[in-house]
Design a protein around this ligand. Structure first.
Ligand SMILES: Nc1ncnc2c1ncn2[C@@H]1O[C@H](COP(=O)(O)OP(=O)(O)OP(=O)(O)O)[C@@H](O)[C@H]1O
Ligand SMILES: [Mg+2]
Length: 230
């Protein structure tokens, strides 16, 4: 895989996404272009159903656009096979969801290590990385807790640590604080910002909270299938 232009972590040009729903076609994204520089903190806002999650899925290579170009680290994903795309995604992108999606039968430490174990890293090495991340998020005393025995905010912090385990260039977070009370949301958001400055990881965060968005480097608004920048 060649990598001609690496100055943007993520890029899309003229991206359309339609969903076929029975006989009708739903036009969700109608010509989105954006470029995300390395290390940026970017918010995506827009009303429910405007296509925010759809756009994140496309940017993260979890789905393909109906039309248009998506580049991850300068590589046009249209030119990749599913296997190549999977490899690029695992190496370059981390995901955080509104609901943590942690595995209930594994401990906090094991959950953080999971992406590394799946990638074939030695368990001892993977757990060492996970342990370091657990310290970074201030939850070292919860290492052996399973998700059911953690608070909502703690689970989300574990999910953040998990998204960083593979040291991705970019983390895509879909309403990571949407399910938390204000104070806990603030703690989780502050942690994301701390990790952004410490690791230089690019963060793209979907949020409904204008105050959180205002603290990011840049905010995009999705409206009628298009991005409005401010
Ligand atoms: N796989 C799919 N098949 C058909 N329609 C879909 C699919 N995924 C999303 N949609 C539709 O696309 C539109 C955009 O959905 P999306 O989940 O991206 O919105 P959103 O901006 O994330 O909303 P929310 O703020 O409620 O999470 C919605 O109308 C949704 O019903
Ligand atoms: Mg959504």
């Amino acid at each position: 895989m060649n990598n001609p232009d690496n100055s943007y972590v993520l890029e899309c040009q003229g991206v359309f996404k339609n969903f076929i729903d029975g006989k009708s076609e739903l036009h969700v994204l109608s010509g989105i272009s954006m470029q995300i520089k390395r290390g940026m903190q970017v918010a995506i806002m827009g009303r429910s159903g405007s296509g925010k999650s759809t756009l994140l899925q496309l940017l993260g290579g979890l789905d393909r656009p109906t039309q248009g170009i998506i580049k991850i680290n300068g590589i046009n994903i249209n030119s990749l096979s599913e296997a190549e795309l999977g490899k690029l995604r695992n190496k370059s992108i981390g995901f955080i969801y509104q609901f943590h999606h942690l595995l209930p039968e594994f401990t906090a430490l094991e959950n953080i290590a999971m992406p590394l174990l799946i990638a074939g890293k030695e368990p001892r090495e993977a757990l060492k990385v996970a342990d370091e991340l657990l310290v970074k998020i201030g939850l070292q005393d919860r290492a052996t807790h399973k998700p059911g025995k953690l608070s909502g905010g703690e689970r989300q912090r574990i999910a953040i640590a998990r998204s960083l385990a593979t040291n991705p260039d970019c983390v895509l977070a879909d309403e990571p604080t949407g399910n938390l009370d204000d104070e806990t949301a603030e703690q989780v958001f502050a942690l994301l910002q701390k990790l952004n400055s410490e690791f230089g990881t690019t963060f793209i965060i979907v949020t409904h909270d204008p105050q959180l968005a205002a603290r990011m480097d840049h905010t995009f608004h999705l409206k009628d299938g298009l991005l409005v920048s401010n």
